[in-house]
Ligand binder design. Sequence first.
Ligand SMILES: C[S@@+](CC[C@H](N)C(=O)[O-])C[C@H]1O[C@@H](n2cnc3c(N)ncnc32)[C@H](O)[C@@H]1O
Length: 400
Amino acid sequence: MGLDATTVGSSTVERGIRERMKATGADSVEKYWNLVCSSAVELQELVESVVVPETWFFRDNHAFTALGKLVREEWSTRNPAGVVRLLSVPCSTGEEPYSLAICLHGSGMSRFIIDAVDISERALTRAKAAVFGRNSFRGAGLEFQNNYFEKNANGYELTAGIRCRVNFERGNLIEETFGATRQKYDFIFCRNLLIYFDAATQKRAFAKLKQMLTDDGVLFVGPSEGAVAVSHGFVSTKLPSSFAFRKSGGKLTLTGEERIKDKPERKASALSKPPTSTGKMTTVRPPTPKPGIETPEPEIDLSLARRSADAGKLEDATQICLAHLRRKGASAEAYYLLGLVQDACNAKEEARELYRKAVYLQPDHYDALIHLSLLTASLGDANGARALQHRAERAKQNVK
Ligand SMILES: C[S@@+](CC[C@H](N)C(=O)[O-])C[C@H]1O[C@@H](n2cnc3c(N)ncnc32)[C@H](O)[C@@H]1O
């Protein structure tokens, strides 16, 4: 299934195996190994025991705002009588694809097809039942609950008119045949899964996603996955905090190549130094995946990531930071370095989000504060930029 055991935690995998050994009566690891290798049913049970089906309605809701805008302002103009095709993979227990349906329905769109895929049968059974508990509704802005759900003894039941708009099916994103015969999608949501894959699997997953996306299509990834999308040749749509990307050959945006022609290349060695005081961001070529099938899991030494970033090896730097986040958890320095990579690729919104994460984790991270300040200024918020600049100065003084 592509999950990096060190990311989900080797104890989770071990616990899953122990549980399944108990359930199947296998009294040694060897016996269980033989069983799981010979039975697709048992393999699925093992998969069920390690998946993380965490999700909720309108999770990271800027993505849905961006989707509504793209469908209304771009897609509908290009395809006045067409049917927009969307894919949610992984869809988990259904909150994401149903949010897509609610979003489109709410903006007056009726011509859409939503396919939703997950590797977990159990998650899909819950998705199809479409009755949700309180955990599926988080944060502010829950007005949609009144319009699309009915509260009953079991929870919040989704209205039939939205339920029937999503086609659920079981599938494994990284399986050889996955997506091969599908008609392409205009929008793909692949959020909060790629971060759990090792480098080689991410590469396979992005190849699939590219293959399934139309030339003008948009891929939405999770907030921690923007850097890895860029490192696999995707280009930011620059829609605020949406983590929405196009294939670099897409027709509707400047491609990475064109953007580079626009602006001088930044000297690689200057990458991890704060940009000039004018706040101008320069850009370097987005990293291209290296040839070769298997990419070994990288080192997780962040000083190596910084050196790689300085040397312009943005893909290497990205992979080290992501591996670090997967294995060691949240880290201000890893988010800061990922921010630098995004900044270097001119993905300002994504960079800002990453710098913010770094500053949230380490409020006196001087470099992150300075970069965030300059980026904020270049995005037109002079007051916000000044406040960040003062914070950076205070952080520096405290260190002295
Ligand atoms: C954290 S949920 C993400 C759900 C939703 N996209 C979101 O962002 O809220 C991760 C899901 O990935 C699914 N999954 C894990 N490996 C998969 C694979 N190789 N192919 C498809 N789904 C997978 C799990 O079953 C789980 O439901």
